[in-house]
Design a protein around this ligand. Structure first.
Ligand code: ATP
Ligand code: MG
Length: 548
């Protein structure tokens, strides 16, 4: 599939370039390092980095690190790793903290122009006096202080002479603005907290609203792209741009955030799952984090394909999980190494096989010779999947049945001979005869059979652990639950084992695999030489797999 739906932002940029309004597109991806990135961030990353690349512009990775209480180096490192893994490289690595000095000077500029004041109301009073959507707010008793008094107080705030909560710096706009964001919003708060980057240097920190637009202006960002919840903040963004002597004039454009069915896309809520021990970590393969998707075996190309397919609009909507899984599948289909693994082994004895194992060279991918090949063995004792044999087959069952024949992929056609049952009437093993004239690739027999199944050679097979993943939550809207741990799907992880062909028995952590007729798999990083663990990344859309 090569659809590349355009979007309103791309169209707008093309127009601006054509009309000579801008000569270089500059964007930024501005995460707050208070958690790991999730699939929603992937959308923003693809949009920001993608547009910059497409138009020969620049895109910065900017840590919006204005809230030292919740931020950490672990998150910073993880975010860098995840952006790179998705396939993007930033023009510059920026930190809002590096602009603290400048932001402080600009705050003084606002104070001196009578556009900001130090408010000493308690948080409670401020909340009360803010008014409501229907009612205007009430001016703070500190609102009319002189510029000189405000400046002296602001310096006291900076110098650590005031305690947390004792004062905030507020923009002086209007307490009766219909847009609540314009009701004298806070610009600076006191936080006696060490910052991962600036240490003890500051004890006042700018708010998001104050820092964001000015950081954009410092970096020369032309298109400040953010999600729709910031639409109501745009008037404040523009008010600050107008009031300050900034080096450039960025423009904010909003788009709808990615909401994915059955998924939580809030770092705060994901964090509660991690802290509560409901998952093995931020990179638990069930998590919608980039680290989780990587560990599960999703490819960066597949995630980028997904982001391209969902497009960018201003219309809020929830994307079906199928769209993500379908994109991963479509990407992996063309590039995964194909191999054979049997999840639920049923022993098959080839009664007329009277020699040692026969090595068969098989390409890793039928259409990609550059991936090379591996050797599988055919022999007297094999395993097939239990579901590929039926004693009493329903109509349309074209796999192995009493009296029937089936092709063992890359091997031979085998003809049913006998089924050995256990005491309870279950099938213990199946005896077949192979037809020596039907070797795959050399078959001159003219025989046709309806089914082809996968298998492994019992003696050379390796046993590995498999982890099968299902939807993480039992409800389609876990994001609406304050505590999503209450709706975790107990079947979201199933542990099992599989018999795999010998080539799969060594560490190959980078390779994407397709276990033929079973699904896509990738080795879990916890695999060791002693024991391999394969994560099922996504199932196959396969007519063979009947929903039970
Ligand atoms: P969270 O609430 O999970 O912490 P956030 O929006 O606060 O998410 P940030 O780190 O501030 O996370 O976001 C960085 C960028 O990613 C922002 O530009 C934000 O708009 C964007 N973003 C975050 N979540 C989504 C989403 N679900 N879809 C699209 N973009 C998103
Ligand atoms: Mg945020």
């Amino acid at each position: 599939m090569s659809e590349k739906p355009t979007n309103f932002i791309r169209t707008k940029i093309s127009d601006q370039i054509r009309q000579g309004q801008i000569d270089q597109v500059v964007t930024r991806f501005p995460p707050e390092p208070n958690g790991y990135l999730h699939v929603g961030h992937a959308k923003s990353i693809c949009l920001n980095f993608g547009l910059a690349a497409e138009f020969g512009g620049r895109c910065n990775l900017r840590f919006d690190d204005t809230n030292p209480d919740k931020e950490s180096q672990e998150y910073i490192d993880a975010i860098e790793e995840d952006v790179r893994w998705l396939g993007f490289e930033w023009s510059e690595l920026c930190h809002t903290a590096d602009y603290f000095e400048k932001l402080f000077d600009w705050a003084l500029h606002l104070i001196r122009n009578g556009d900001a004041y130090v408010d000493e109301q308690s948080a409670e009073e401020m909340r009360k006096n803010r008014g409501t959507l229907k009612e205007a707010g009430v001016d703070s008793p500190y609102r009319e202080r002189s510029a000189g008094e405000n400046e002296a107080l602001f310096l006291k705030m900076r110098d650590g002479e005031m305690s947390e909560g004792a004062a905030v710096l507020r923009a002086k706009i209007s307490m009766s603005a219909p847009n609540m964001n314009l009701r004298d919003p806070a610009l600076y708060r006191i936080r006696h907290t060490k910052h991962p980057r600036t240490g003890d240097r500051w004890c006042i920190y700018p708010t998001y609203d104050y820092a964001h637009g000015q950081s954009d202006a410092i970096e020369g960002v032309t298109h400040s792209l953010c999600t729709l919840e910031f639409e109501d903040h745009r008037p404040l963004y523009e008010w600050l741009l107008k009031k300050l002597p900034l080096p450039s004039r960025p423009k904010q454009t909003e788009f709808s955030r990615l909401e994915l069915e059955g998924t939580v896309t809030s770092k705060r809520k994901l964090n509660t799952l991690v802290q509560g021990g409901y998952v093995s970590g931020w990179d638990d393969p069930r998590m919608p984090t980039i680290a989780g998707m990587r560990r599960r075996g999703f490819s960066p190309e597949g995630i980028r394909l997904f982001c391209e397919r969902i497009g960018v609009t201003r219309k809020p909507n929830t994307i079906e999980l199928q769209i993500l899984e379908g994109s991963i599948r479509d990407d992996l289909e063309s590039r995964a190494h194909k191999a054979m693994a049997v999840m639920d082994p049923l022993k098959v004895v080839v009664t007329n096989w009277d020699r040692g194992p026969l090595p068969i060279k098989v390409p890793w991918h039928p259409k990609r010779p550059e991936l090379g090949s591996r050797t599988v063995f055919f022999g007297q004792k094999l395993y097939i999947d239990r579901s590929d044999f039926e004693l009493y087959p329903p109509d349309g069952f074209f796999r192995l049945v009493p009296g029937g024949s089936v092709r063992l992929k890359y091997g031979f056609i085998v003809d049913f001979e006998d089924a050995v049952l256990d005491e309870k009437g279950g099938v213990k093993e199946v005896h077949v005869r192979y037809d020596p004239d039907t070797r795959s690739g050399q078959d001159q027999s003219g025989r046709r059979v309806k089914g082809t199944i996968h298998w492994v050679h019992a003696e050379s097979a390796q046993e590995v652990d498999v982890r099968l993943y299902d939807r993480m939550f039992t409800v389609p809207d876990p994001g609406n639950y304050e505590d999503p741990s209450s709706v975790i799907n107990p079947m979201s992880l199933t542990l099992g084992t599989a018999q795999v062909e010998p080539a799969l028995g060594c560490l190959m952590p980078e390779i994407f695999f397709q276990f033929e007729r079973v699904g896509f798999f990738k080795q879990d990083p916890a695999s060791g030489q002693g024991r391999l663990i394969y994560n099922r990344s996504v199932t196959l859309k396969d007519a063979w797999i009947k929903k039970s």
